[in-house]
Design a protein around this ligand. Structure first.
Ligand code: 7RM
Length: 651
């Protein structure tokens, strides 16, 4: 475990540095180190210059209207995201260039050129219109990683209907809550998807969710599995994707949207049990995704770019779909798991398509590391020229392994820090400029101002831990929480005046490089995915045998963190292995498999303050086997000693 989560002291002593290879810098999209100063001196001008690279139906009047915490970017402008991702590329040589390269889990594949993708998006957009979907209507999408997913997104963007994508691994109940929160009229799903050779029953899940969603009139079902899926279509509600697009025109005008019109909602876990609907708007989000893709990944016309994320998370939104397509790039998407049919699947895909850029998560790298070098060694990975990581802190060992075994020791590795809320990468190397150090996300992107501060909001000295904050608005910043503007203010803008609170801890070293330490709130980061302790706890107490529950994140060698729960059963219920299994399954059923606890400990009592608050900090200490922190506010000190004893006995 010690080598998975190195202490920050050890990290800051990390001495290995990797300057950008000369040949890389010579060709890089950004070579001028002066960009940082220039952007800093006039950050609005910096972003306005980027905006010139997009297509506008009408140019903007004002770059930024900043009334903290409300930002409006490029007001007065008229723009469409789908137009920027498709139509713009149709007039030149990109017309017949591969836009999307799709690899299905069973090995089937499809390539969509820009022209072909444009036609399919138009047909589906017309299909949505025929169902009465209008500008501003929310559309929920619950799909596997198949081409119909980006097609649906781009069609929504085309007609101005904000999408809300729910990751296909979420439970029917999670889907239902997210549909109801944004009052969607339409759900787009599929008859299933493939995961490790099995069919994921998305349509059955959707049917279950739709039992409690009064606003949904229509559900569109893409065919992925066919007869084996055994789905039942509900008369008057369900329509097959193919039937909907049949006979639709391949022309559909892109709706000129106001810069600040909503582009999408994406739910993410926060401190409370209820997920937050993060709202992103049109121009700023597109610009942020576009600019960072171009500079951070050094994206060029000839690149074959592959981000391994699922589009159900923000990484897939920004860096599989919107960023790469706005750049006219070739973006690879893969439906399945890294270890199916074998542990070399990722590297087989790299070889098959000659991918030049690979962007993945530390958890995937650590899993590959465990499986051993022989799997990547089986494949020709010489096409790769740049590697990226995202989602959680990367330990230097994993960084080095990635660099050596995937990048052949020759490719820059960009460790990119950002959030669902930030929409775009904010702390990252620029691969032609930055001297890399394993484990550090290095510097804020030009124009971005980050700082590490103490409780009072004062900057801490280099090497000291503190809270990571952002001092200036950036174009792809979330604009609000859907339906809950107070929560937006409270969550992000209340700790310090006019400063964005990230919820992450960090340190800055004496070079000004940032080292992200992880969440400081009740959010657990499991394999790069956010789960709130409260969500897990509500799922547990929903079980008839549970009286009380507390959950925490515990370091995990591969996943970064795993969920661990402490549970008090109701009077008369016996603890047993069967009960432990049942409770784990219950959480997975209620939320989704990602939230399934690795371990559940039964306790007669939980450590609480005198005002009755569960002290998760002490539970974390117990689970990590650390010396217990301050226990003076505990109502009953005996509880902790007992738990600790019990925990050590169980281990
Ligand atoms: C893109 C994404 C956000 C949280 C964030 C951090 C953690 C993300 C890094 C990282 C260390 C990184 N969106 N995080 N990237 N920690 N180094 N490069 O992951 O909304 O799902 O999660 O993820 O804690 O606050 S997210």
């Amino acid at each position: 475990m010690a080598d998975t989560v190195p202490s920050i002291e050890a990290l800051l002593q990390e001495g290995r540095t990797f300057p950008p290879p000369e040949e890389f810098t010579a060709q890089a999209n950004v070579r001028d180190a002066g960009v940082y100063q220039k952007a800093d001196a006039d950050f609005e001008g910096f972003w306005a210059q980027w905006a010139e690279e997009l297509h506008w139906f009408k140019r903007w009047d004002k770059t930024l209207q900043w009334d903290p915490p409300n930002a409006q970017w490029f007001t007065g402008g008229k723009i469409n995201v789908s137009y920027n991702c498709l139509d713009r590329h149709l007039t030149g040589p990109r017309r017949n260039k591969a836009a999307l390269v799709w690899e299905g889990e069973p090995g089937d594949w499809k390539v969509y050129t820009y022209a072909h993708l444009h036609r399919e998006v138009c047909r589906f957009a017309n299909g949505l219109k025929s169902l009465g979907v209008k500008k501003g209507d929310r559309v929920t999408i619950y799909m596997p990683m198949i081409p119909e997913l980006p097609i649906a997104m781009l069609a929504c963007a085309r007609i101005g209907a904000p999408h809300s994508i729910v990751f296909g691994g979420f439970s029917p109940e999670s889907l239902r809550d997210r549909i109801n929160d944004c009052q969607a009229n339409v759900l787009i799903t599929a008859d299933g998807g493939y995961r490790r050779g099995r069919v994921v029953p998305l349509k059955q899940n959707a049917d279950e969710a739709l039992e409690g969603t009064p606003t949904v009139r229509t559900s569109i079902v893409a065919r992925r599995i066919g007869d084996d899926a055994n789905v039942s279509m509900k008369e008057g509600r369900d329509v097959w994707w193919d039937d909907l697009v049949e006979g639709q025109s391949t022309h559909c005008d892109a709706e000129p949207m106001d810069s600040e019109d909503m582009l999408f909602i994406l739910y993410t876990s926060g401190t409370t049990g209820k997920p937050k609907g993060v709202v992103h708007t049109t121009a700023g989000y597109l610009l942020g995704a576009y600019a960072t893709t171009k500079w951070v990944f050094d994206l060029k016309e000839e690149d074959v770019y592959w981000c391994t994320a699922d589009i159900g998370w923000v990484t897939g939104h920004s860096y599989i779909v919107y960023g790469p397509l706005a750049n006219g790039a070739t973006s690879v998407m893969y439906e399945g798991a890294p270890d199916y049919p074998d542990r070399d699947r990722f590297w087989a895909i790299v070889e098959k398509y000659a991918a030049t850029i690979v962007y993945t998560a530390p958890t995937a790298i650590r899993a590959c590391m465990r499986w051993g070098e022989s799997y990547p060694a089986k494949h020709d990975l010489s096409s790769i020229r740049l590697l990226g990581t995202v989602g959680e802190p990367i330990n230097p060992e994993a960084w080095m392994w990635y660099r050596e075994n995937i990048g052949g020791g020759r490719c820059p590795v960009v460790d990119t820090w950002w959030q669902t809320e930030t929409g775009m990468i904010l702390i990252t190397p620029l691969p032609g400029l930055t001297t890399l150090t394993p484990g550090s996300a290095t510097r804020p992107f030009p124009g971005v101002q980050a700082e590490v501060v103490d409780e009072k909001g004062d900057p801490v000295a280099p090497g000291q831990g503190g809270y990571l904050i952002l001092k200036r608005p950036w174009p792809a910043m979330l604009r609000t929480i859907y339906g809950d503007p107070e929560r937006y203010v409270e969550q992000y803008w209340s700790r310090y005046p006019n400063v964005y609170f990230t919820g992450d801890g960090a340190k800055m070293d004496d070079k000004g490089f940032f080292w992200i330490l992880g969440r400081v709130d009740d959010v657990i980061n499991v394999a790069g995915h956010r789960i709130s302790t409260m969500e897990v706890e509500s799922a547990l107490v929903d079980h008839r045998s549970v009286a009380e529950a507390a959950s925490i994140g515990k370091s995990h060698e591969v996943k970064g963190q795993g969920v661990v729960a402490f549970v008090t059963l109701k009077e008369g219920v016996e603890t047993s292995d069967a009960m432990e299994r049942e409770l784990k399954a219950h959480v997975a059923r209620k939320i989704g498999a990602i939230a399934r606890p690795d371990d559940i400990y039964f306790a007669a009592d939980l450590p609480k303050t005198r005002s009755g608050k569960i002290m998760r900090r002490l539970l974390r200490d117990i689970a990590e086997g650390r010396v217990l922190g301050d226990t003076t506010t505990l109502a009953d000190e005996g509880v902790v000693e007992m738990l600790k004893q019990q925990y050590e006995d169980d281990e």
